[in-house]
Design a protein around this ligand. Structure first.
Ligand SMILES: *Cc1c(COP(=O)(O)O)cnc(C)c1O
Length: 495
């Protein structure tokens, strides 16, 4: 019922769109006598051909290339419909049933539906968990969660950025506090073991004893293994800290039940909605409700996070929610409960394992010697190639990935690794066999990089220069790009 009325407004919006298109087309064909055809309500292709063309070029780029950036995905058609709908027009500060503007009868239903679907997607009991679906994205969701959990200058521990943590878990240099987490709170990082590349829980335990954090964050952005939430919980109990999971990267895998879920052990769980989850760009905060602990004399201490989280989002950090994105999250969460989605996430994992195996066969070193999740890190130190050069050569043949630090890297500014992920390619329908081809294309690209480096020496500028001036390299990059594009274009793309 909800969906039908939402759809009705969408259809209306679409109709308007086609009407505009028709008016413009007929005027172009000379049916209309007016000379100036472009109005405020004309479609993009007539109002702004320059921008329209750029949007189309980006669509082409996405279709022609191989997307291996681990945080990216191609969202579903139904989500795109929500994003492009009239819902973007509405102000709805506040929560369902308690808004600061009128006219929110439908918006209230959409937001409640979105909340319900979020709880369902992660099999959560609504008497034990609530969710705020308004955060504009993952980073605001995190700052809002910290604000709810601890006051200004509260103490936060997250994984060190070069070790796989996220900027929004704290980032500062000797000179400057850079991330809001570090500007407004006191942050102290924990690390991975440089030998194994795995989180050093012993070190975390020791530092937490010293630092006495108010919040410990279990969450990663470039780490190829699952987390030991139970261990995190033990350490947070010992220090009377809240445990917050930031499952931004892995929430799709969690929803599908193919990797361990953080919910059993955490007080708060934040996530983006646009990575493995395959929804629109957005953020969500889950918070516990009910009994937090029982005192020695048998008294229940209750969670009081609901109001604190909601107040931190609005009016704490945000104004009007992005209702088109909230509808998109609702649609994505519904899809996340389907068998097709579970099968998709299983394939994401299979594909990532295959990518690790195939790259190892070509002789590459994979950190932690493999992966449990949707991403892996290639350590390029053994072949003496920087992440920047690898990223550059792959980008020039339409393979997208990002340079990344690997455990033990000397400089975070000049890392010796790349991060690769399989969510986006799997959305396009790729299976293990296809991933073997992808691995080979990556290998061919990196071989060209090594050849070029022999001539250019280590400087990135010289390296780029050789690749764009030497006819031999220009030609081999052109051939390889064609090979990548011909391969990629065979696959489905939701548009
Ligand atoms: C991507 C990510 C975020 C931030 O998300 P944005 O939507 O880019 O702000 C936060 N935490 C983790 C762990 C992430 O991977």
């Amino acid at each position: 019922m909800y969906l039908r009325s939402i759809l009705r407004s969408l259809v209306k919006a679409q109709r308007l769109h086609y009407l505009n298109k028709f008016v413009v087309m007929s005027s172009q064909n000379g049916f209309c006598s007016k000379t100036s055809d472009v109005t405020l309500s004309s479609p993009l292709e007539t109002v702004d051909p320059e921008l329209y063309s750029l949007v189309n070029q980006e669509a082409q780029r996405q279709k022609k290339g191989l997307e291996l950036i681990a945080s990216e995905n191609f969202t579903s058609v139904s989500v795109l419909q929500c994003l492009g709908s009239c819902l973007t027009n509405k102000y709805s500060e506040g929560l369902p049933g308690a808004r600061y503007y009128g006219g929110n009868q439908i918006i209230d239903q959409i937001e409640l539906l979105c909340q319900k679907r979020c709880l369902e997607a992660f099999s959560l009991d609504s008497s034990l968990w609530g969710v705020n679906v308004q955060p504009y994205s993952g980073s605001p969701a995190n700052v809002e969660a910290y604000t709810a959990l601890v006051g200004p200058r509260g103490r936060i521990m997250g994984l060190n950025l070069p070790d796989g943590g996220h900027i929004s878990h704290g980032l500062m240099t000797q000179k400057k506090r850079l991330s809001a987490a570090s500007i407004f709170f006191e942050t102290m990082p924990y690390h991975v073991d440089l030998e194994t590349g795995l989180i050093d829980y012993k070190e975390l335990e020791k530092s937490a004893q010293m630092f006495k954090p108010d919040v410990i964050i279990a969450g990663v952005t470039s780490y190829p293994r699952t987390l030991d939430y139970k261990r995190f919980k033990e350490i947070s109990i010992a220090n009377d800290s809240y445990l917050m999971a930031d499952m931004s990267h892995i929430s799709g895998l969690v929803a599908a039940g193919v990797i361990p879920s953080p919910f059993e052990y955490c007080d708060v769980v934040t996530s983006t909605t646009h990575k493995t989850l395959r929804g629109p760009r957005g953020g969500i905060i889950f918070y516990r409700k009910g009994i937090r602990s029982v005192t020695k004399s048998g008294e229940n201490i209750m969670y009081d996070l609901e109001d604190r989280v909601n107040a931190a989002v609005f009016p704490g950090f945000q104004g009007g929610p992005h209702n088109n994105a909230i509808a998109g999250i609702a649609a994505a969460m519904k899809l996340a409960t389907t068998q097709e989605f579970k099968d998709y996430q299983k394939q994401v994992l299979i594909n990532c394992k295959q990518l690790a195996e195939s790259l190892k066969q070509f002789g590459y070193k994979i950190t932690t010697d493999g992966t449990d999740v949707h991403m892996l890190l290639v350590d390029l130190r053994p072949i003496n190639l920087t992440g920047s050069k690898a990223e550059y050569i792959l980008q020039s043949i339409e393979i997208a990935c990002n340079k990344n630090t690997v455990p033990g890297d000397k400089s975070a500014m000049n890392p010796y690794g790349i991060r690769l992920g399989t969510p986006a390619l799997t959305t396009r329908g790729m299976k293990e066999n296809d991933i073997m081809v992808v691995a080979e294309l990556i290998h061919k690209g990196l071989c060209i990089a090594l050849e070029a480096q022999k001539i250019s020496g280590p400087k990135l500028a010289n390296f780029k220069n050789i690749l764009s001036s030497d006819p031999k390299f220009i030609e081999s990059l052109k051939i390889l790009t064609k090979e990548v594009e011909t391969f990629a274009e065979q696959f489905y793309m939701p548009q």
